[in-house]
Design a protein around this ligand. Sequence first.
Ligand code: SF4
Length: 309
Amino acid sequence: MHKYPSYLDLLHSGELEKRVEASKKYLSPCTVCPRECRTNRLEGQKGICLSGRDVRVSSYNLHYGEEPPISGTRGSGALFFAGCSLKCRFCQNYPISQLNHGNDCSPVELAGRMLELQRMGAHNINLVTPTHVVPSIIEATFIAAHNGLTIPLAYNSGGYDAMDMLRLLDGIVDIYMPDIKYASDERAFRYSTVRDYVAVNRQAIIEMHRQVGDLVLDGSGVAHRGLIIRHLVLPDDIAGTRASMEFVAEHVSRQTYVSLMSQYFPAHRAHSYRELSKCITQEEYAYAFKCLEMYGLENGWVQEKINNE
Ligand code: SF4
């Protein structure tokens, strides 16, 4: 039977320490995310994500607003990282992701926050927007695991993740929670300024599923391991919901848990785009739900309410 969290096996075999060293090499020149800016982050240079050597943490606390198997009864231990390699014009979290609000944190300090969240009762460490800081996360996990961390890591990303980083996270992360933001590179470029989102996102999700499989819950319904896909429905079907769900059903697994999110509101620079300057309608959300049914995706969560127009 599989024991959780997986990173304890890597700690005891010495592999986790090797991953710390292997991951640091990607910081200079930086190829931590598929942007491949090639800045020298070890010397403090910052790339498109606005991150240098250390991570910047915007906040950390128990979070009860995630999907039920992640929040559980005691809350998810959310660590919100500042900066982001995506530049979504409508980012719902833009003061953190685009304005980089937060405090710099060494790997030792980050490990301390993980252990504090565990002491507070968190079911997991929920790494929110982790793509650009994977080397620091691996180092902090090594330090925290040495000092008693025993709860699973949940990797909660925009889904624009580099394959090399995911391979380094194999056996460290037990729960992956990537977004599928788009099914069109043209839209991904227009609204998030990356040209290759669709291929990168799909390969990343296939790799995540290869590592952790479908979602596994304990007797209380709390997640121990597996994949949850998040899809924010955007106005005018900008997110390409039907093609996204077809991909999940045909290339990942029909057992995949999908969280179909309705809370879009025009934030950050959304008002510069007529099509993003409005909330979604009931009809648009109903159509997105129909796409789940169309492809036999029965696991997951839908929301009752949408934001008012
Ligand atoms: S992680 Fe940041 S600096 Fe590194 S390639 Fe991506 S955007 Fe550039």
